[in-house]
Design a protein around this ligand. Structure first.
Ligand code: SF4
Length: 257
């Protein structure tokens, strides 16, 4: 199977899984997981190109106390970006062209969270810049937000090979960076795009169908879930439901003003 057909199958499975939940797709998921394991092994055998983040060596006292890393002490997004941009904590760094930290207003009221960088994002080092990015800009515009006034970030900051879904261990390793971004931005509202973003942030196991339309609480911040724009490009008939979600999101925002 060539890589473009394999990519299409993985994307179609991701969409179906997002809508109907994991249970219906366990067999297919385990087949994809086997393929991913082989891919991971291939990537791991590649030589490392990037330099390592310098973490200070812990002394014996620090080993037994909760000492923060330098990046955890960051007081600005720029500083945080500088401290983590050479991260090598998970295998995704090996296929990375550019680290994708996030972009937008550092004091945004609205934080939009996607899954991870795609090919174009990896090339430019910016989130949501391809076709899905343009659709996201249009969706935001439709509910009277500009890209400049919101902040956009992802669950993982390095591109997964063939745009596959990040593995749970990759998400768990990267999410502390996103949490630190949230701590610095202090948004009033969060919009998760797609099931991976919702699962990563909210730790929910439900399907996208059951998460949509609800308002969750993430550490005191109202959070909603809708479709990922890339899924909407593949399944345009979902746009109507997305429109319902984002209108509700806008209403929630207006009520908070
Ligand atoms: S995905 Fe996150 S944890 Fe993994 S290497 Fe990139 S920045 Fe580090």
């Amino acid at each position: 199977m060539n890589s473009s057909s394999r990519k299409k199958i993985i994307e179609a499975l991701k969409d179906q899984q997002a809508i109907f939940g994991d249970d219906l797709f366990e067999e297919k998921i385990s087949a994809v997981k086997t393929e991913l394991k082989q891919e991971k092994a291939k990537i791991e055998s590649k030589p490392v190109k990037t330099s390592y983040v310098k973490e200070p060596i812990k002394n014996s006292t620090e080993l037994f106390t909760d000492v923060k890393s330098e990046w955890e002490k960051s007081e600005s997004l720029d500083n945080l970006n500088n401290l983590i941009c050479n991260c090598t904590k998970c295998v995704l760094h090996k296929g990375r062209n550019k680290f994708v930290f996030g972009s937008g207003n550092p004091n945004a009221d609205v934080l939009v969270i996607g899954e991870g960088p795609g090919a174009e994002e990896d090339k430019q080092g910016l989130p949501f810049v391809g076709r899905a990015g343009q659709l996201l800009t249009d969706i935001l515009k439709a509910i009277k937000f500009s890209r400049e006034e919101v902040y956009i970030a992802n669950i993982v900051k390095c591109r997964p090979p063939d745009n596959r879904t990040p593995l749970p261990e990759e998400m768990d390793t990267c999410i502390p960076y996103l949490k630190k971004q949230i701590e610095l931005i202090k948004p009033k509202l969060i919009l998760c795009l797609g099931l991976t973003a919702a699962k990563g942030l909210l730790k929910k196991k439900d399907s996208l169908t059951s998460l949509r339309g609800q308002v969750f609480d993430y550490e005191g911040i109202k959070t909603m879930v809708t479709f990922h724009p890339a899924a909407l490009l593949r399944n345009p008939n979902w746009k109507k439901d997305c429109w319902i979600d984002v209108q509700k999101f806008r209403k929630l925002y207006d009520e908070m003003q």
